[in-house]
Design a protein around this ligand. Structure first.
Ligand code: FES
Length: 163
């Protein structure tokens, strides 16, 4: 190889090295994006995202309605609406609403909660968690990606219903 040919091959080697580096970088970035999407998927309307509960007129004042897809109850009182997570704050059992007793009654260890999730009895250490709810013209939307725990119930946890 002459001296001139050797000079030309250095930039070629350099170019091939940069091309390999760019290719490997691209593969690494695509892999990282795939891993991030797997770890933190975009919510698509199921539990963990926004859930449409229904039209406000479908929820009478002083009623409790279970929204299965969202794992929550819509409790409507004269104070507004609250979306109560069905998960017991003791050890996580699903808590059913007992219409005859007008309380939430956990089947696991007997904790009871009132219509806004306050503890009435049993080992549960705090009220039922709730999800932020929005009441708009088309109905009630609940953000199940953002459960709120609390040590006591406050009227500010309710979403006001206009009209
Ligand atoms: S899990 Fe509900 S009272 Fe224990």
């Amino acid at each position: 190889m002459s001296e001139k040919e050797a000079d030309k091959s250095v930039p070629r080697r350099s170019f091939l090295g940069m091309a390999w580096f760019a290719t490997l970088s691209l593969v690494a970035v695509q892999g990282l994006v795939a891993i991030l999407k797997f770890i933190n998927p975009v919510p698509t309307g199921g539990f963990g995202g926004f859930i449409y509960a229904g039209k406000i007129e479908d929820f009478a004042i002083n009623s409790i309605n279970r929204i299965l897809a969202g794992r929550f109850y819509i409790s409507r009182t004269d104070q507004g609406v609250i979306a109560l997570w069905q998960k017991c704050t003791h050890l996580g059992c699903a808590v059913p609403w007992d219409e005859s007793e007008k309380i939430f009654h956990c089947p696991c260890h007997g904790s009871t909660f009132n219509e806004v999730g306050e503890v009435l009895g049993g080992p549960a250490p705090r009220p039922l968690d709730y999800f932020p709810a929005e009441v708009s013209e088309d109905g009630i939307w609940v953000d199940t990606s953002d459960p709120r725990s609390r040590n006591h119930h406050d009227p500010s946890h309710m979403t006001q219903v206009q009209g």
